[in-house]
Design a protein around this ligand. Sequence first.
Ligand SMILES: *Cc1c(COP(=O)(O)O)cnc(C)c1O
Length: 426
Amino acid sequence: MLDITKKKLKEAYKIDERVFDLYERALEDVKNQFKYYDEVREYNQVKVLNAMQRERISESHFTNSSGYGYGDIGRDSLDRVYADIFNSESALVRPHFVNGTHALCCAIFGNLRPGDTMLSVCGTPYDTLHSLIGMDAGKKLGSLREYGINYEQVDLTEDDRIDFKGIEKHLRENSSIKLVHIQRSTGYGWRKSLLIPEIKRIIDFVKRINPDVICLVDNCYGEFIDTLEPTDVGADMAAGSLIKNIGGGIAPTGGYIVGRKDCVTQASYRLTVPGIGGECGSTFGVMRLLYEGLFLAPHISIEAVKGAIFCARIMELAGFEVLPRYNDKRSDIIQAIKFMDKSKLINFCRAIQNGSPVDSFVTCEPWDMPGYSDQVIMAAGDFVQGSSIELSADAPIREPYIGYLQGGLTFDHAKIGILIALSRIL
Ligand SMILES: *Cc1c(COP(=O)(O)O)cnc(C)c1O
């Protein structure tokens, strides 16, 4: 780091001298990891570039449509570009998905019928899916449960591994299981993300017992962290959010579903109307941003991973337990840090907010966020509201006070944010 950079950081953020020493050590320690992810990035950039060229993307794909949006070539071509990248038959990429949960909801609701059962094999799914499933019994929300669609779950084993025996037992004993839900990223848990070979192993295992079960992967935060995606290893569907990795920080909103044509079509009938599906939906002039974001996504996703790896190392050097560790193989961009202390957690998140380009003057507070059962603190000084491919930190306020850091449109910003946050809690 240049002396003038240090000087500026000290003046602007009162960064403690000790943090600069940790900074140098951490950067040195993560070099090999960075080299590996640079190569992943390079491959995925080729993959995306090639998919866009094969679809002959041009200026005309960035134009607007209105009304019904029939024959919106920008929209229909982007579906094919995504399908190509994900090595799948079909894709539904839409600004009309309000978030990743909405995309998952359409994938699940669209493919299940009353009497069917969904089986989660990674324990409790991400918090926002609980209401969709009907876990908060008694509430009238139009959940799967209210429509007679059942839910079962196989918890992880004591050492946080997939319980294959448990999965087999459920599949053999319950012939109404039609969909298996696999969550790649950790959500607000303390486990490692599922690597692509682990996802493959689950899918192969499920298909050997019952080849007709649909395997759906919640791919949120996972895109472009590996050279393969879940649909490369047999997932029938994968879904995610465009304000995480795959929107490249440029997409203003939206979600996607990729996979088998019949599954994606059923999901599209849920997004719009049975029989209409993905053929309608004007695009409000956002298509250029979705293309440009996708083009940048391999790069931006790896910037975010570098932020996470650096964070893991420097926080560990500062004495905190982290998961994953800096030299663990990753499948998402999330870094969990165990603070063991409520005020350290809150101050860390606040400092990330204060280190943001937007709303840096805001002091964030824990609040009752829709879809979450504990109070949640969310720090995100984003250009796109709530975008967690931008540097952000969040946490449910519960013991042992684990904070989750993710994103960073540039590694430099991630580093600076983390330096400010660490200095604040030392
Ligand atoms: C972010 C996320 C979702 C979807 O969240 P939205 O805020 O609705 O986009 C679902 N599952 C996991 C694991 C996630 O990280």
